[in-house]
Write a protein that binds this ligand. Structure first.
Ligand SMILES: Nc1ncnc2c1ncn2[C@@H]1O[C@H](COP(=O)(O)OP(=O)(O)OP(=O)(O)O)[C@@H](O)[C@H]1O
Length: 497
């Protein structure tokens, strides 16, 4: 167990942790660079000097950025001799070469909105001052850029690339996973989980939502602040994060003051109160108590007895009400049942009457059809008896007054006498016999009515033919027209059998 205090051991531990983190980041950067451009010729876990000496000529950096974003550095100055001189102790490279490559690389990095470093960070003198961390940051940002580009199907990220550590920390807060990132810095970010656990469980849902929202914003702010100034953060604060007995309010104020020196946003005011309440309850409750709001045993017993009595009384009333409702329901059920039976009887009677009526109608319909059939047969039999071939004569009226009519007599029984005036009475008299003779005064309706029965026979399925015969202008068309017009008006009568 490590005890944190304001002494030399604490400073030593903090420095050790920082060195460990820096080494891990160099390892990640080296591993990624080798995956992009092949072996770098340096150890897997290089020192700052080894890494900087490798990158100093800018050749590897230009090749890497051209690989993840082709054309980022249009012209890369390559010197085979210099390329092989990768170690720090090798012969110095021409200044113009690495300066141009590095300058072009930094321009490309800024265009891609990736955190850059100073060209002087690759110089020999500045290595010992720990400035290699900016170079490592830049390389890890390039790695993040490549990953985002792959996620976006080849398109570069729209937003500015943040520090890779910050990005992973943010995703870590969402997943609440403790094994996603082995960095010591990220382990400290678990403060968010600790703070959330201190929220009072008795608060109502609205308050919990507000607190959760505030907590989330607070944690984001804290993470951003800590990462922005992780190099300058007070070591005591980081040590206090692991101290369980520390007042969270003090710790919270300490962190914010250390990071930015700013006051807390207004939205975190409620959180401070909640944290205060929580701290008070935690301090007042017994050390091994599982719940700070749990009442003592006698109080609990009294409360329970009162509750049981109250519940029993309510249940009794509820039972009585339900019994009464049950009786009402039973009465209603018997009433509905009797009404239903009565209605059933009425329906039975009604359907019986209906059935007898339908049977009667069916019998009548059957008789009706028989009668109709018989009527049809008799009707056509009458038509047959009248004669299958009937000859009618129609005398057209004379149009000229001086014309002498040769028709001498028209009989009711179809007799027609014609007298030729140029001959004697005996020779000039002609007698004709028709089924019927229509005189000059006979109307169209009169002609039609005599042939109407034949139309009905047509409808009954018998073959009927009506034609007119006579000389030109004798009135054939005129007479046939009477059938046409009357048949049209006869439609209603045809439907009647
Ligand atoms: N009974 C009638 N009463 C009054 N006008 C009639 C009568 N019969 C025929 N006519 C008239 O006589 C004229 C000639 O009749 P219609 O055209 O029917 O003769 P048609 O025998 O059909 O002649 P065609 O053989 O040349 O066709 C018509 O103008 C017609 O209106």
């Amino acid at each position: 167990m490590v005890t944190f205090s304001r002494n030399g051991i604490h400073d030593f531990n903090m420095a050790s942790r920082k060195a460990e983190e820096a080494a891990w980041r160099r390892y990640e950067a080296t591993k990624w660079l080798e995956s992009q451009v092949g072996p770098l010729g340096i150890p897997n876990q290089p020192t700052e000097r080894e890494l900087i000496s490798c990158l100093r000529n800018g050749l590897i950096l230009c090749n890497v950025i051209n690989k993840i974003h082709p054309g980022a550095v249009p012209k890369v100055v390559d010197n085979p001799v210099a390329s092989q001189s990768l170690t720090w102790d090798s012969q110095p490279l021409p200044a113009y070469q690495y300066f141009e490559n590095v300058r072009n690389f930094l321009v490309a990095v800024q265009e891609l909105k990736i955190p850059a470093f100073e060209a002087s960070d690759l110089e020999r003198d500045s290595v010992d001052m720990g400035s290699a961390s900016k170079v490592v940051d830049c390389i890890l940002s390039l790695q993040s850029f490549q990953e985002l580009k792959q996620i976006n199907n080849g398109n570069g990220p729209n937003k500015r690339i943040k520090s890779p550590l910050r990005m992973q920390s943010a995703s870590r807060m969402h997943s609440k996973s403790t094994a996603a990132y082995p960095s010591e810095a990220c382990r400290r970010l678990d403060l968010s989980v600790t703070l959330e656990k201190t929220l009072p469980v008795e608060s109502n849902s609205q308050q919990q939502e507000d607190v959760a929202e505030s907590m989330e914003s607070l944690v984001k702010l804290l993470v951003d602040r800590m990462l922005d100034s992780k190099e300058n953060i007070d070591g005591n604060i980081l040590a206090n994060l692991r101290n369980e007995h520390l007042d969270p309010i003090k710790l919270f104020n300490q962190i914010v003051t250390s990071c930015g020196g700013e006051k807390l946003p207004k939205k975190f005011a409620g959180l401070s109160l909640v944290l205060k309440d929580t701290t008070k309850e935690r301090s007042s409750s017994p050390p091994h108590s599982t719940s700070s709001t749990k009442p003592s045993a006698p109080e609990c017993f009294k409360c329970r007895r009162a509750c049981i009595g109250k519940c029993t009384c309510n249940q009794q009333q509820l039972l009585e009400m339900q019994k009464k409702e049950l009786l009402d329901l039973k009465a209603l059920k018997s009433k509905i049942k009797s009404e239903f039976e009565e209605m059933q009887t009425q329906f039975q009677r009604f359907f019986n009457d209906l059935g007898s009526q339908v049977q009667e109608m069916s019998a009548n319909a059957l008789g009706y059809h028989k009668v109709v059939e018989e009527n049809r047969k008799l009707y056509n039999m009458v038509q047959d008896l009248k004669g299958n071939i009937r000859v009618y004569c129609r005398i057209r009226p004379s149009f000229r007054a001086d014309t002498k009519n040769i028709v001498d007599f028209v009989g009711e029984n179809g007799s027609l006498f014609i007298l030729d005036p140029s001959k004697t009475l005996k020779d000039g008299m002609k007698h004709f016999k028709f089924n019927r003779v229509f005189g000059p005064t006979a109307s169209q309706d009169e002609v039609f009515k005599d042939t109407q029965p034949l139309i009905r026979s047509v409808m009954d399925g018998y073959n009927v033919c009506i034609f007119a015969y006579g000389q030109t202008g004798s009135g054939k068309t005129h007479t046939m027209w009477s059938f046409k017009w009357n048949i049209q008006g006869y439609g209603d009568q045809l439907s009647v059998p």
